[in-house]
Design a protein around this ligand. Structure first.
Ligand code: AP5
Length: 208
């Protein structure tokens, strides 16, 4: 049983780590980025409302993402815990999550911040590629896709948009760190090392 939030700037490795943690701890990964991309690909009303924000590197309005997460964590597979990747990103989102979990008596266990310097993040994002079929994440330099795997380059991973997303993170998300620190939930790991070293740090940060 684990209810965990991963916080970190764009391309800091939240998705990569959440993928491994989900297998290791048998709780689902809940990524608002993945959910919004799926809604956009299916051209749902929600996807259409989110699209222009996502393409320009801005955060989607709180009311949209809070509703998405509320529905997702009510599903049966999330009752034994979850790993939230990319949510919350603003203090109102964090307050909504606290309220939601408080109502059902299932508080968060930990919030882990993955810390990576900005210079590294631009390279990680612009060279990221994703398996169009499975969603598996690769990196052209650090973890190239195997031959024959069809990969896509995310629309918002072009350099100019990545820089905007990093600015947006600094403006909107940095306020979350004192919020969770005040609740005694915040731990920090250095995300600059290899994925394996980040994973080991994460496990110790959550006491596993
Ligand atoms: P989202 O998809 O959540 O994007 P993000 O937070 O910007 O995070 P990324 O997916 O870019 O990166 P990551 O940290 O998961 O890194 P990854 O593991 O892939 O959100 C997209 C958009 O949706 C937002 O801009 C916004 O518009 C909207 N949105 C989503 N949630 C929202 C919310 N709550 N509120 C409002 N709007 C929201 O790794 C990156 C690359 O580096 C990969 O290629 C990987 O292979 C490589 N890599 C990973 N770890 C390492 C390592 N240790 N060493 C070397 N390479 C590594």
């Amino acid at each position: 049983m684990l209810r965990l939030v991963l916080i970190g700037p764009p391309a800091s490795g939240k998705g990569t780590q959440a993928e491994v943690l989900t297998k290791c701890l048998s709780v689902p990964k809940i990524s608002t980025g993945d959910m919004l991309r799926a809604a956009r690909a299916n051209a749902t009303e929600l996807g259409k409302s989110a699209e222009s924000f996502m393409n320009s590197g801005l955060l989607v309005p709180d009311s949209i993402v809070i509703g998405l997460v509320e529905e997702r964590i009510a599903l049966p597979d999330a009752q034994a815990g979850f790993i939230l990747d990319g949510f919350p990103r603003t203090v109102p989102q964090a307050e909504a999550l606290q309220e939601l979990l408080g109502r059902v008596g299932t508080p968060l266990d930990a919030v882990v911040q993955i810390d990576v310097a900005r210079e590294l993040l631009v390279e990680r994002a612009t060279l990221r590629r994703m398996d169009s079929r499975t969603g598996q994440i690769y990196h052209l330099k650090y973890n190239p896709p195997p031959a024959g795997v069809e990969v896509v380059h995310r629309e918002d991973d072009r350099e100019e948009t990545v820089k905007k997303r990093l600015d947006e993170y600094d403006t909107m998300t940095a306020a979350l760190l004192p919020f969770y620190s005040a609740l005694g939930l915040l731990r920090k790991v250095d995300g600059a090392g290899s994925p394996q070293s980040v994973f080991s740090q994460l496990l110790s940060a959550i006491g596993k």
